[in-house]
Design a protein around this ligand. Structure first.
Ligand SMILES: NC(=O)c1ccc[n+]([C@@H]2O[C@H](COP(=O)([O-])OP(=O)(O)OC[C@H]3O[C@@H](n4cnc5c(N)ncnc54)[C@H](O)[C@@H]3O)[C@@H](O)[C@H]2O)c1
Ligand SMILES: O=C(O)CC[C@@H](O)C(=O)O
Length: 387
Protein backbone atom coordinates (compact mmCIF):
# COMPACT_ATOMS: atom_id res chain seq x y z
CA UNK A 1 0.00 0.00 0.00
CA UNK A 2 1.22 3.53 -0.83
CA UNK A 3 0.11 6.87 0.55
CA UNK A 4 0.05 9.88 -1.73
CA UNK A 5 -0.81 13.52 -1.33
CA UNK A 6 -1.63 16.32 -3.77
CA UNK A 7 -0.19 19.76 -3.01
CA UNK A 8 -2.30 21.29 -5.80
CA UNK A 9 -5.46 20.13 -7.55
CA UNK A 10 -4.56 17.32 -9.96
CA UNK A 11 -6.97 16.31 -12.73
CA UNK A 12 -9.20 13.33 -11.90
CA UNK A 13 -8.40 11.59 -15.18
CA UNK A 14 -4.90 11.05 -13.77
CA UNK A 15 -5.84 10.31 -10.16
CA UNK A 16 -8.40 7.77 -11.39
CA UNK A 17 -5.47 5.71 -12.70
CA UNK A 18 -4.28 5.12 -9.14
CA UNK A 19 -5.32 1.62 -8.05
CA UNK A 20 -6.61 0.40 -4.68
CA UNK A 21 -2.97 0.12 -3.66
CA UNK A 22 -2.95 3.92 -3.21
CA UNK A 23 -4.66 5.88 -0.46
CA UNK A 24 -4.81 9.63 -0.29
CA UNK A 25 -3.53 11.51 2.75
CA UNK A 26 -3.67 15.21 3.53
CA UNK A 27 -0.63 14.84 5.77
CA UNK A 28 2.49 15.60 3.71
CA UNK A 29 4.67 13.99 6.41
CA UNK A 30 3.16 10.55 5.91
CA UNK A 31 3.09 10.51 2.08
CA UNK A 32 5.23 8.09 0.07
CA UNK A 33 4.51 10.04 -3.11
CA UNK A 34 3.56 13.63 -3.85
CA UNK A 35 1.78 15.16 -6.84
CA UNK A 36 2.37 18.89 -7.24
CA UNK A 37 1.92 21.71 -9.71
CA UNK A 38 3.24 25.13 -8.68
CA UNK A 39 3.18 24.80 -4.86
CA UNK A 40 6.46 26.01 -3.33
CA UNK A 41 8.26 23.05 -1.74
CA UNK A 42 11.61 24.66 -0.88
CA UNK A 43 10.80 25.24 2.80
CA UNK A 44 8.94 21.98 3.38
CA UNK A 45 10.36 19.34 5.73
CA UNK A 46 11.01 16.18 3.70
CA UNK A 47 10.15 13.02 5.60
CA UNK A 48 12.22 9.83 5.45
CA UNK A 49 9.34 7.87 3.94
CA UNK A 50 8.91 10.22 0.95
CA UNK A 51 10.09 8.39 -2.19
CA UNK A 52 8.82 10.39 -5.16
CA UNK A 53 7.59 13.84 -6.19
CA UNK A 54 5.85 14.23 -9.55
CA UNK A 55 5.50 17.74 -10.93
CA UNK A 56 2.42 17.79 -13.17
CA UNK A 57 4.07 20.30 -15.48
CA UNK A 58 7.45 21.30 -16.90
CA UNK A 59 9.11 23.87 -14.59
CA UNK A 60 10.61 22.46 -11.39
CA UNK A 61 11.96 25.65 -9.81
CA UNK A 62 9.38 25.25 -7.01
CA UNK A 63 11.03 21.97 -5.90
CA UNK A 64 14.37 21.59 -4.03
CA UNK A 65 15.89 19.09 -6.47
CA UNK A 66 19.24 18.56 -4.73
CA UNK A 67 17.71 18.40 -1.25
CA UNK A 68 15.34 15.71 -2.57
CA UNK A 69 18.17 13.83 -4.31
CA UNK A 70 20.22 13.86 -1.09
CA UNK A 71 17.34 12.10 0.65
CA UNK A 72 16.88 9.61 -2.18
CA UNK A 73 13.63 11.26 -3.29
CA UNK A 74 13.18 11.02 -7.05
CA UNK A 75 11.59 14.07 -8.69
CA UNK A 76 9.73 13.73 -12.00
CA UNK A 77 8.19 16.24 -14.40
CA UNK A 78 5.91 15.76 -17.41
CA UNK A 79 7.86 16.95 -20.47
CA UNK A 80 5.72 18.33 -23.26
CA UNK A 81 2.40 17.50 -21.59
CA UNK A 82 1.28 21.14 -21.42
CA UNK A 83 3.30 22.50 -24.35
CA UNK A 84 0.33 22.97 -26.68
CA UNK A 85 -1.56 24.91 -23.98
CA UNK A 86 1.36 27.32 -23.62
CA UNK A 87 1.78 27.61 -27.39
CA UNK A 88 -1.86 28.68 -27.72
CA UNK A 89 -1.46 31.30 -24.96
CA UNK A 90 1.67 32.55 -26.73
CA UNK A 91 -0.36 33.04 -29.95
CA UNK A 92 -3.01 34.89 -27.93
CA UNK A 93 -0.35 37.12 -26.34
CA UNK A 94 1.24 37.94 -29.67
CA UNK A 95 -2.12 38.89 -31.19
CA UNK A 96 -3.01 41.02 -28.15
CA UNK A 97 0.29 42.87 -28.55
CA UNK A 98 0.00 43.45 -32.30
CA UNK A 99 -3.11 45.63 -31.96
CA UNK A 100 -4.46 47.18 -28.75
CA UNK A 101 -7.22 44.59 -28.60
CA UNK A 102 -7.59 44.96 -24.82
CA UNK A 103 -7.89 48.77 -25.08
CA UNK A 104 -10.47 48.32 -27.84
CA UNK A 105 -12.54 45.90 -25.77
CA UNK A 106 -12.44 48.28 -22.81
CA UNK A 107 -13.54 51.18 -25.04
CA UNK A 108 -16.50 49.12 -26.31
CA UNK A 109 -17.53 48.25 -22.73
CA UNK A 110 -17.25 51.88 -21.62
CA UNK A 111 -19.54 52.82 -24.53
CA UNK A 112 -22.18 50.21 -23.78
CA UNK A 113 -24.88 52.88 -23.30
CA UNK A 114 -23.67 55.13 -26.09
CA UNK A 115 -26.44 55.35 -28.69
CA UNK A 116 -23.84 56.55 -31.22
CA UNK A 117 -21.37 53.73 -30.61
CA UNK A 118 -21.44 52.59 -34.26
CA UNK A 119 -20.49 56.07 -35.45
CA UNK A 120 -18.09 56.96 -32.62
CA UNK A 121 -16.09 53.75 -32.92
CA UNK A 122 -15.06 54.65 -36.45
CA UNK A 123 -13.30 57.69 -34.99
CA UNK A 124 -12.05 55.97 -31.84
CA UNK A 125 -10.58 52.89 -33.46
CA UNK A 126 -7.38 54.49 -34.75
CA UNK A 127 -6.03 54.64 -31.19
CA UNK A 128 -6.19 50.83 -31.02
CA UNK A 129 -4.75 50.10 -34.48
CA UNK A 130 -1.54 48.10 -34.87
CA UNK A 131 0.43 45.99 -37.28
CA UNK A 132 0.17 42.48 -38.70
CA UNK A 133 2.36 39.57 -37.73
CA UNK A 134 2.93 38.26 -41.24
CA UNK A 135 6.46 39.03 -42.37
CA UNK A 136 7.67 40.18 -38.94
CA UNK A 137 10.78 38.61 -37.45
CA UNK A 138 10.41 36.59 -34.28
CA UNK A 139 13.16 35.11 -32.10
CA UNK A 140 12.47 32.03 -29.97
CA UNK A 141 14.90 31.58 -27.06
CA UNK A 142 14.79 27.95 -25.90
CA UNK A 143 13.74 25.31 -28.43
CA UNK A 144 12.35 22.67 -26.08
CA UNK A 145 8.86 21.18 -26.08
CA UNK A 146 7.20 24.62 -26.05
CA UNK A 147 9.77 26.56 -28.08
CA UNK A 148 9.49 24.11 -30.99
CA UNK A 149 5.68 24.43 -31.13
CA UNK A 150 5.95 28.22 -30.82
CA UNK A 151 8.55 28.44 -33.62
CA UNK A 152 6.48 26.21 -35.90
CA UNK A 153 3.19 28.05 -35.31
CA UNK A 154 4.89 31.42 -35.90
CA UNK A 155 6.28 29.99 -39.14
CA UNK A 156 2.77 28.89 -40.17
CA UNK A 157 1.61 32.46 -39.46
CA UNK A 158 4.16 33.49 -42.09
CA UNK A 159 6.54 35.14 -39.64
CA UNK A 160 10.29 34.98 -40.23
CA UNK A 161 11.42 32.73 -37.36
CA UNK A 162 14.82 32.61 -35.64
CA UNK A 163 15.59 30.18 -32.83
CA UNK A 164 18.43 29.73 -30.34
CA UNK A 165 19.14 26.93 -27.89
CA UNK A 166 22.69 25.98 -26.87
CA UNK A 167 21.47 22.53 -25.78
CA UNK A 168 19.08 21.80 -28.66
CA UNK A 169 18.23 18.08 -28.66
CA UNK A 170 18.28 16.06 -31.87
CA UNK A 171 14.57 15.23 -31.49
CA UNK A 172 13.63 18.88 -31.07
CA UNK A 173 15.82 19.90 -34.00
CA UNK A 174 14.06 17.30 -36.16
CA UNK A 175 10.63 18.59 -35.04
CA UNK A 176 11.39 22.15 -36.16
CA UNK A 177 10.12 23.45 -39.47
CA UNK A 178 12.94 23.72 -42.04
CA UNK A 179 12.11 27.41 -42.40
CA UNK A 180 13.19 28.18 -38.81
CA UNK A 181 16.66 29.71 -38.80
CA UNK A 182 18.67 28.21 -35.97
CA UNK A 183 21.23 30.78 -34.85
CA UNK A 184 24.19 30.34 -32.52
CA UNK A 185 24.02 33.54 -30.47
CA UNK A 186 21.39 35.54 -28.62
CA UNK A 187 22.81 38.65 -30.34
CA UNK A 188 21.53 37.45 -33.73
CA UNK A 189 18.04 37.27 -32.23
CA UNK A 190 18.34 40.60 -30.42
CA UNK A 191 19.52 42.62 -33.41
CA UNK A 192 17.07 41.16 -35.94
CA UNK A 193 13.75 40.45 -34.25
CA UNK A 194 10.54 42.45 -33.84
CA UNK A 195 9.17 39.89 -31.38
CA UNK A 196 11.24 37.89 -28.87
CA UNK A 197 9.76 35.04 -26.86
CA UNK A 198 11.54 33.11 -24.10
CA UNK A 199 10.95 29.41 -23.29
CA UNK A 200 13.86 28.32 -21.10
CA UNK A 201 13.81 26.86 -17.57
CA UNK A 202 14.54 29.18 -14.65
CA UNK A 203 18.09 28.24 -13.59
CA UNK A 204 20.99 30.11 -12.00
CA UNK A 205 22.39 30.90 -15.46
CA UNK A 206 19.08 31.93 -17.08
CA UNK A 207 17.85 34.13 -14.20
CA UNK A 208 17.64 37.77 -15.34
CA UNK A 209 18.94 36.91 -18.82
CA UNK A 210 16.63 39.50 -20.39
CA UNK A 211 18.28 42.58 -18.88
CA UNK A 212 19.59 46.01 -19.89
CA UNK A 213 22.56 44.52 -21.71
CA UNK A 214 20.18 42.38 -23.79
CA UNK A 215 17.58 45.15 -24.33
CA UNK A 216 20.33 47.55 -25.53
CA UNK A 217 21.11 45.13 -28.36
CA UNK A 218 17.45 44.83 -29.44
CA UNK A 219 15.54 46.79 -32.06
CA UNK A 220 13.58 49.84 -30.85
CA UNK A 221 9.94 48.93 -30.25
CA UNK A 222 10.57 45.19 -29.80
CA UNK A 223 7.77 43.12 -28.22
CA UNK A 224 8.88 40.68 -25.50
CA UNK A 225 6.81 37.62 -24.57
CA UNK A 226 7.51 35.64 -21.39
CA UNK A 227 5.42 32.52 -20.83
CA UNK A 228 8.28 30.84 -18.93
CA UNK A 229 9.09 32.40 -15.51
CA UNK A 230 9.03 35.93 -14.03
CA UNK A 231 12.65 36.22 -12.92
CA UNK A 232 14.07 35.35 -16.34
CA UNK A 233 13.47 39.06 -16.92
CA UNK A 234 15.13 41.79 -14.84
CA UNK A 235 12.19 43.91 -13.68
CA UNK A 236 14.10 47.19 -13.19
CA UNK A 237 15.64 46.95 -16.65
CA UNK A 238 12.28 46.02 -18.21
CA UNK A 239 10.66 49.05 -16.54
CA UNK A 240 13.31 51.37 -18.03
CA UNK A 241 13.02 49.71 -21.45
CA UNK A 242 9.22 50.07 -21.48
CA UNK A 243 9.40 53.70 -20.33
CA UNK A 244 11.92 54.61 -23.02
CA UNK A 245 9.98 52.77 -25.74
CA UNK A 246 12.88 50.36 -26.41
CA UNK A 247 10.39 47.63 -25.54
CA UNK A 248 6.97 48.50 -26.98
CA UNK A 249 4.99 45.79 -25.14
CA UNK A 250 5.78 43.18 -22.50
CA UNK A 251 3.48 40.17 -22.61
CA UNK A 252 3.90 38.01 -19.52
CA UNK A 253 2.17 35.08 -17.87
CA UNK A 254 3.83 36.07 -14.57
CA UNK A 255 2.49 39.34 -13.15
CA UNK A 256 4.08 40.74 -9.99
CA UNK A 257 3.52 44.09 -8.23
CA UNK A 258 6.46 45.74 -10.04
CA UNK A 259 5.45 44.48 -13.48
CA UNK A 260 1.82 45.49 -12.99
CA UNK A 261 2.87 49.12 -12.45
CA UNK A 262 4.83 49.27 -15.72
CA UNK A 263 3.35 50.78 -18.90
CA UNK A 264 2.41 48.62 -21.89
CA UNK A 265 2.26 45.34 -20.01
CA UNK A 266 -0.18 42.62 -21.04
CA UNK A 267 -0.32 40.14 -18.18
CA UNK A 268 -2.16 36.87 -17.65
CA UNK A 269 -2.27 35.02 -14.31
CA UNK A 270 -0.02 31.98 -15.04
CA UNK A 271 -2.59 30.60 -17.46
CA UNK A 272 -0.21 28.78 -19.82
CA UNK A 273 -1.07 25.28 -18.65
CA UNK A 274 -4.61 26.05 -17.55
CA UNK A 275 -6.53 24.13 -20.18
CA UNK A 276 -8.49 20.96 -19.59
CA UNK A 277 -6.26 19.14 -22.07
CA UNK A 278 -2.94 20.23 -20.54
CA UNK A 279 -4.14 19.52 -17.01
CA UNK A 280 -5.32 16.06 -18.05
CA UNK A 281 -2.11 15.26 -19.97
CA UNK A 282 0.08 16.35 -17.06
CA UNK A 283 -1.97 14.44 -14.46
CA UNK A 284 -1.98 11.22 -16.51
CA UNK A 285 1.76 11.38 -17.15
CA UNK A 286 2.61 12.29 -13.53
CA UNK A 287 0.52 9.41 -12.17
CA UNK A 288 2.09 6.96 -14.67
CA UNK A 289 5.54 8.04 -13.52
CA UNK A 290 4.64 7.65 -9.84
CA UNK A 291 3.11 4.23 -10.43
CA UNK A 292 6.06 2.97 -12.47
CA UNK A 293 8.43 4.13 -9.74
CA UNK A 294 6.46 2.99 -6.70
CA UNK A 295 5.42 -0.38 -8.17
CA UNK A 296 8.42 -1.29 -10.37
CA UNK A 297 11.22 1.00 -9.19
CA UNK A 298 11.61 2.34 -12.74
CA UNK A 299 12.58 5.98 -13.25
CA UNK A 300 11.18 7.72 -16.33
CA UNK A 301 11.36 11.52 -16.80
CA UNK A 302 13.25 12.33 -13.63
CA UNK A 303 14.86 15.74 -13.22
CA UNK A 304 17.24 14.83 -10.37
CA UNK A 305 18.05 11.12 -10.89
CA UNK A 306 19.02 9.24 -14.06
CA UNK A 307 16.31 7.56 -16.05
CA UNK A 308 16.54 3.82 -15.32
CA UNK A 309 14.02 1.32 -16.59
CA UNK A 310 14.30 -2.45 -15.98
CA UNK A 311 10.72 -3.25 -16.96
CA UNK A 312 8.56 -5.43 -14.74
CA UNK A 313 10.44 -7.71 -12.34
CA UNK A 314 10.27 -11.41 -13.30
CA UNK A 315 12.66 -12.77 -10.66
CA UNK A 316 11.86 -13.55 -7.02
CA UNK A 317 12.88 -10.16 -5.71
CA UNK A 318 13.74 -6.59 -6.71
CA UNK A 319 15.57 -4.02 -4.60
CA UNK A 320 16.38 -0.47 -5.70
CA UNK A 321 19.12 1.77 -4.34
CA UNK A 322 19.54 5.54 -4.67
CA UNK A 323 23.16 6.39 -3.96
CA UNK A 324 25.90 8.95 -4.35
CA UNK A 325 27.80 8.80 -7.61
CA UNK A 326 31.26 8.16 -6.10
CA UNK A 327 33.87 5.44 -6.73
CA UNK A 328 33.47 1.93 -5.29
CA UNK A 329 29.75 2.24 -4.53
CA UNK A 330 28.76 -0.72 -6.70
CA UNK A 331 31.42 -2.85 -5.06
CA UNK A 332 30.17 -1.98 -1.58
CA UNK A 333 26.55 -2.53 -2.51
CA UNK A 334 27.02 -5.85 -4.34
CA UNK A 335 29.13 -7.11 -1.41
CA UNK A 336 25.99 -6.94 0.74
CA UNK A 337 24.23 -9.32 -1.68
CA UNK A 338 27.28 -11.64 -1.82
CA UNK A 339 27.54 -11.78 1.97
CA UNK A 340 23.85 -12.68 2.20
CA UNK A 341 24.43 -15.41 -0.45
CA UNK A 342 21.97 -13.74 -2.82
CA UNK A 343 22.44 -14.09 -6.57
CA UNK A 344 21.88 -10.95 -8.64
CA UNK A 345 20.05 -12.11 -11.78
CA UNK A 346 19.99 -8.72 -13.44
CA UNK A 347 21.32 -5.33 -12.51
CA UNK A 348 20.84 -1.85 -14.00
CA UNK A 349 22.95 1.06 -12.78
CA UNK A 350 22.75 4.62 -14.10
CA UNK A 351 24.29 7.85 -12.91
CA UNK A 352 23.52 11.52 -13.36
CA UNK A 353 25.73 14.23 -11.85
CA UNK A 354 26.25 13.57 -8.14
CA UNK A 355 23.63 10.81 -7.93
CA UNK A 356 23.14 7.27 -9.20
CA UNK A 357 20.48 4.58 -9.12
CA UNK A 358 20.53 0.78 -9.18
CA UNK A 359 17.84 -1.80 -9.80
CA UNK A 360 18.78 -5.31 -8.60
CA UNK A 361 16.64 -8.25 -9.70
CA UNK A 362 17.58 -11.13 -7.39
CA UNK A 363 16.97 -14.87 -7.29
CA UNK A 364 15.75 -14.81 -3.66
CA UNK A 365 12.93 -13.07 -1.85
CA UNK A 366 13.95 -9.59 -0.70
CA UNK A 367 14.38 -9.26 3.05
CA UNK A 368 14.26 -6.32 5.45
CA UNK A 369 17.60 -7.51 6.82
CA UNK A 370 19.35 -7.09 3.45
CA UNK A 371 17.60 -3.75 2.91
CA UNK A 372 18.89 -2.55 6.32
CA UNK A 373 22.44 -3.64 5.49
CA UNK A 374 22.27 -1.83 2.13
CA UNK A 375 20.96 1.30 3.85
CA UNK A 376 23.94 1.23 6.20
CA UNK A 377 26.45 1.39 3.32
CA UNK A 378 28.19 4.76 3.26
CA UNK A 379 26.86 6.79 0.30
CA UNK A 380 23.54 4.93 0.04
CA UNK A 381 20.65 7.41 0.18
CA UNK A 382 17.55 5.24 -0.04
CA UNK A 383 16.78 1.55 -0.41
CA UNK A 384 13.40 0.23 -1.49
CA UNK A 385 12.10 -3.32 -1.57
CA UNK A 386 9.94 -3.49 -4.69
CA UNK A 387 9.26 -7.26 -4.56
N1 LIG B 1 3.22 29.55 -18.34
C1 LIG B 1 3.07 28.30 -18.01
O1 LIG B 1 2.05 27.89 -17.47
C2 LIG B 1 4.17 27.31 -18.34
C3 LIG B 1 3.81 26.00 -18.71
C4 LIG B 1 4.84 25.11 -19.04
C5 LIG B 1 6.16 25.52 -18.95
N2 LIG B 1 6.45 26.78 -18.55
C6 LIG B 1 7.85 27.22 -18.46
O2 LIG B 1 8.46 27.04 -19.72
C7 LIG B 1 9.72 26.43 -19.56
C8 LIG B 1 10.05 25.62 -20.79
O3 LIG B 1 9.14 24.53 -20.87
P1 LIG B 1 9.37 23.34 -21.92
O4 LIG B 1 8.26 22.38 -21.71
O5 LIG B 1 9.61 23.87 -23.28
O6 LIG B 1 10.73 22.73 -21.35
P2 LIG B 1 11.85 21.94 -22.12
O7 LIG B 1 12.74 21.38 -21.07
O8 LIG B 1 11.24 21.01 -23.11
O9 LIG B 1 12.63 23.05 -22.95
C9 LIG B 1 13.50 23.98 -22.38
C10 LIG B 1 14.55 24.29 -23.43
O10 LIG B 1 15.33 25.38 -22.97
C11 LIG B 1 16.66 25.12 -23.40
N3 LIG B 1 17.59 25.96 -22.65
C12 LIG B 1 18.07 25.76 -21.40
N4 LIG B 1 18.88 26.76 -21.07
C13 LIG B 1 18.91 27.62 -22.15
C14 LIG B 1 19.57 28.84 -22.42
N5 LIG B 1 20.39 29.40 -21.53
N6 LIG B 1 19.34 29.45 -23.63
C15 LIG B 1 18.52 28.90 -24.55
N7 LIG B 1 17.88 27.72 -24.34
C16 LIG B 1 18.07 27.10 -23.15
C17 LIG B 1 16.85 23.63 -23.19
O11 LIG B 1 17.93 23.13 -23.97
C18 LIG B 1 15.51 23.10 -23.68
O12 LIG B 1 15.54 22.79 -25.05
C19 LIG B 1 9.58 25.60 -18.28
O13 LIG B 1 10.83 25.39 -17.64
C20 LIG B 1 8.66 26.43 -17.44
O14 LIG B 1 9.39 27.32 -16.64
C21 LIG B 1 5.49 27.68 -18.25
O1 LIG C 1 0.66 23.83 -13.22
C1 LIG C 1 0.48 24.94 -13.71
O2 LIG C 1 -0.59 25.53 -13.73
C2 LIG C 1 1.62 25.67 -14.38
C3 LIG C 1 2.63 24.78 -14.99
C4 LIG C 1 3.78 25.47 -15.65
O3 LIG C 1 4.24 26.60 -15.01
C5 LIG C 1 4.89 24.51 -15.91
O4 LIG C 1 6.03 24.83 -15.67
O5 LIG C 1 4.58 23.41 -16.42
Amino acid sequence: MFKYTCLNPIADVGLNNLTDEYTKTDDFAEADAVLVRSAAMHDMELSDNLCAVARAGAGVNNIPLDKCADKGIVVFNTPGANANGVKELFVTGMLLAARDVVGGIEWAKENADNENISKDMEKAKKQFAGTELMGKKIGVIGLGAIGVLVANVANRMKMDVYGVDPFLSVNNALSLSRDVKIVKSYEEIYKNCDYITIHVPLLEDTKGMLNKEAFDKMKDGVVILNMARDTLVNDDDMKAALESGKVAKYVTDFPNPAVMKMPNVIATPHLGASTAESEDNCAVMAVDEIRNYMENGNIVNSVNYPNCDAGVCDTKGRITVCHKNVPAMLNRITNVFSEANINIAHMTNKSRGNYAYCIFDIDSESSADVADKLSAVDGVLKVRIIK
